[in-house]
Design a protein around this ligand. Structure first.
Ligand SMILES: CC(C)(COP(=O)(O)OP(=O)(O)OC[C@H]1O[C@@H](n2cnc3c(N)ncnc32)[C@H](O)[C@@H]1OP(=O)(O)O)[C@@H](O)C(=O)NCCC(=O)NCCS
Length: 147
């Protein structure tokens, strides 16, 4: 289904931006979905660490639908936003865009996901979000991020 009308987040800084290499391919020669899933996980962790400097683990990722393929040489950008912050969990939205390098240079919407990360202590048990001071201002001017 290609009915997704998404707008490229112009002006936003991606959490991850990477050129896809031949090592990232599947047996068909296009980019392996697992590579993109791994990047989504990593981008979500980068976003979540803005709020909590300690250990975080991914507990859940919602349905991911790949609507376009990604090719070797494409510049893939992952944009993140904090959806909500709970007692020990942080929900992060991630959208993935691909810029064709050997063609139109068009930016193509690939997929999006929502990942939930949980702050854990040294025994890997849930622990309260510590609220990193550096980014606390980010939470204070919106309803997002209020525990
Ligand atoms: C993450 C983990 C520590 C949570 O343990 P748990 O006993 O389920 O913890 P709790 O039930 O107390 O829930 C802790 C928080 O996680 C949230 N949570 C738990 N399961 C969830 C799920 N499936 N989806 C979304 N949030 C979930 C809870 O809502 C709670 O959030 P809050 O504190 O903000 O209210 C445990 O499930 C775990 O270790 N999972 C493996 C994580 C991992 O290794 N990931 C890498 C992939 S291999």
């Amino acid at each position: 289904m290609k009915s997704h009308q998404k707008t490229f987040p112009e002006g936003e800084v991606p959490s991850i931006c990477q050129v896809m290499m031949p090592r990232d391919t599947n047996a068909l020669g296009t980019i392996f979905g697992g590579v993109i899933l791994s990047q989504i996980d990593l981008a979500a962790a980068i976003e979540a660490h803005k709020h909590h400097p300690g250990k975080l683990v991914t507990v859940a990722m919602d349905k991911v639908e790949f609507v376009e393929p990604v090719f070797v040489g494409d510049l893939v950008s992952l944009f993140t936003r904090t959806v909500s912050i709970g007692r020990s969990s942080i929900k992060v939205g991630v959208s993935v865009w691909s810029q064709r390098r050997f063609g139109s240079m068009e930016r193509i919407y690939v997929t999006e996901a929502e990942a939930t990360l949980v702050a854990v202590d040294d025994d890997f048990k849930p622990t309260p979000i510590q609220r990193s001071c550096e980014y606390f201002a980010y939470d204070s001017d919106s309803s997002q991020g209020k525990a």
